[in-house]
Design a protein around this ligand. Structure first.
Ligand code: ZN
Length: 132
């Protein structure tokens, strides 16, 4: 948890929704997130600490209403842990650097990984970059 800013700083810097999602394990409403329909090339960074977590190269439209990726930029960038909230057993995904809640990962994703990282837009910052 080295990269985690103080709670006061986060409350000042993040929008109420970003704070709720990343610090209180919230979930934004489906189809409302700013990155859901983003098809630009670029990097997706943790909104809390700025680590790059995902890339547009692994983003796809799962139809779920949340940005979906079949893999993070590196496995060690995210931390998965069991989440038993709401009467379901799901796998929660957090930023490995600062512990921010990102979303959940499911086993119904596309090839090559078969995984679906279902991530809240509110947990991510997008940095466009030219395609090479
Ligand atoms: Zn982070």
């Amino acid at each position: 948890m080295s990269g985690k800013p103080s709670d006061a700083e986060l409350r000042a810097r993040l929008t109420p929704e970003q704070y709720h999602v990343t610090q209180e394990q919230g979930t934004e409403r489906a189809f409302t997130g700013q990155h859901y329909r983003n098809e630009q090339s670029g990097k997706y960074l943790c909104v809390v600490c700025g680590e790059q977590l995902f890339s547009s190269a692994a983003k796809y439209d799962s139809g779920s209403g949340w940005p979906s990726f079949w893999e993070p930029v590196a496995a060690q960038k995210v931390e998965a842990r069991a989440d038993r909230a709401h009467g379901m057993i799901r796998t929660e995904v957090r930023c490995a650097n600062c512990g921010a809640h990102l979303g959940h990962v499911f086993d119904d994703g596309p090839k090559p990984t078969g995984q679906r990282f279902c991530i809240n837009s509110a947990s991510l910052d997008f940095k466009p970059e030219p395609t090479k």
